[in-house]
Write a protein that binds this ligand. Sequence first.
Ligand SMILES: C[S@@+](CC[C@H](N)C(=O)[O-])C[C@H]1O[C@@H](n2cnc3c(N)ncnc32)[C@H](O)[C@@H]1O
Length: 250
Amino acid sequence: MEKLHKKYRKLWGNEAEMLVLQRKIIDSKPVLQSMYKNFYSEIERFFPNDGLNVEIGTGHGYTSMYFKNLIQTDRVLTPHIAVCNDAQALPYKDGTLDTIMVLGVLHHMKTPDKFFNEAGRVLKKGGKILMVEPYVSILSYPVYKLAHHEGLDLRTKTCGSDKHHLLDANIAIPTIFFKKGKKEFENKYPDLKIIYQSYHTAFLFFVSGGYLYPNLLPVFLLPMLLWIEKVLRPLGKWIGSMMTVVIQKN
Ligand SMILES: C[S@@+](CC[C@H](N)C(=O)[O-])C[C@H]1O[C@@H](n2cnc3c(N)ncnc32)[C@H](O)[C@@H]1O
């Protein structure tokens, strides 16, 4: 497995190939698979079985293992996507989508406000944005800051340039929008109502080693890790590294 990680580390800047390799890494890593399944099962109850549901920033495309009626899109062309589009200029007519799924993408956007304006425009009344993003808590801050390859700047809601999609990121963007700036978001987007929010995943992402490194703990400990995550969930606000946000268009 270290071979896949080594190859991945050499692909910096080559988004399409990185995303394809991400999928191979997920397929070989039960810890990452469990983490994604946790994310998906949390948002599943907000996902309609019918309607027009679009995922933005699909990347590795692992969502298709869980959600069936979902159009997968990304701004990078990979074998996993049906349509190429940018979150900040969506090619859909007003009031046409039932769901926008956006997992781990907001923190890569140069101007996330453009995305929320676009989402508000293309969603039907009652349509939802389902989002899972990195979260900066007291515990995750030092790990993201010191041991993670993506940038973290709590002073700005942008990620700088978007020349290299996967390298340009600001892990803090979702936390600024939905923790520090929640009131500001509600005032700015009166049609977009936050109907659900949770903080979670204290260790699973970090001990998985992500895409860059092998697991930090042996896989046989996975059931115990999942149990610990469950027990610690009420402390997510302080120790979580991820957050889930569901927004409904009024
Ligand atoms: C960290 S990956 C997340 C992939 C996957 N959604 C997941 O849950 O792991 C970020 C993905 O967002 C895509 N992306 C970044 N900025 C985007 C934008 N403005 N519009 C559409 N996709 C974007 C990237 O190409 C990449 O596939």
